[in-house]
Design a protein. Structure first.
Length: 188
């Protein structure tokens, strides 16, 4: 069980790192700068994280998971697509931060975090999906999940960086990009 002080420290770090990462790439944020903004010292920072990038990935993963879990179920959408749709709320709310993170040619922390998150979602969906028709081809589920998640992350990157595509247009494209076998039929 985590004590209240540790939870407060992590909350302060999450707030500070997301604020700083909205202003500049995470690779340009120092531990001293982050600790000062969070109202802690460097020793306390290192009790929680090893780098500002790790703190940012944890903060955004926490927010992303909460946003996806809180989103009401969508009729007619598979859970993978539903989670992507719910994630877009989070991404739009933090568009400035994600624009900097996806545009950073040096640090890939945030795209990797998003890809890993979506890989977990895809693995869960595909494991459950195996029992329905049409049948999933004989592929390794972890490979298929990573392929789907990285494709979705790439599409989200374009959506964030180009900034001229609506959510609706993003989702008009998505079913055409997924394999035919991805959607289970309603009757199964």
């Amino acid at each position: 069980m985590t004590d209240a002080r540790s939870l407060r420290t992590r909350a302060a770090l999450h707030g500070a790192i997301t604020d700083l990462a909205t202003q500049k790439p995470v690779g340009d944020i120092t531990v001293s700068e982050l600790a000062e903004k969070a109202g802690i010292n460097r020793v306390t920072f290192y009790k929680h994280y090893t780098t500002p990038a790790e703190a940012l990935a944890d903060a955004l993963h926490t927010e992303l998971a909460a946003a996806c879990e809180a989103a009401p179920p969508s009729n007619g959408l598979d859970p993978f697509t539903h989670y992507i749709y719910a994630a877009l709320d989070h991404l739009e709310a933090r568009r400035d931060l994600y624009t900097i993170a996806f545009g950073d040619p040096v640090d890939g922390t945030i795209p990797i975090m998003l890809s890993r998150f979506l890989t977990g979602v895809a693995e869960t969906y595909l494991t459950k999906r195996r029992k329905r028709k049409p049948a999933i081809p004989d592929v390794d589920l972890d490979v298929a999940a990573a392929f789907l998640a990285n494709g979705a992350t790439g599409a989200i990157r374009v959506w964030i960086l180009e900034g001229d595509m609506s959510r609706e247009r993003f989702f008009e494209n998505l079913p055409h990009l997924l394999p035919v076998w991805f959607q289970a039929s309603e009757s199964n």
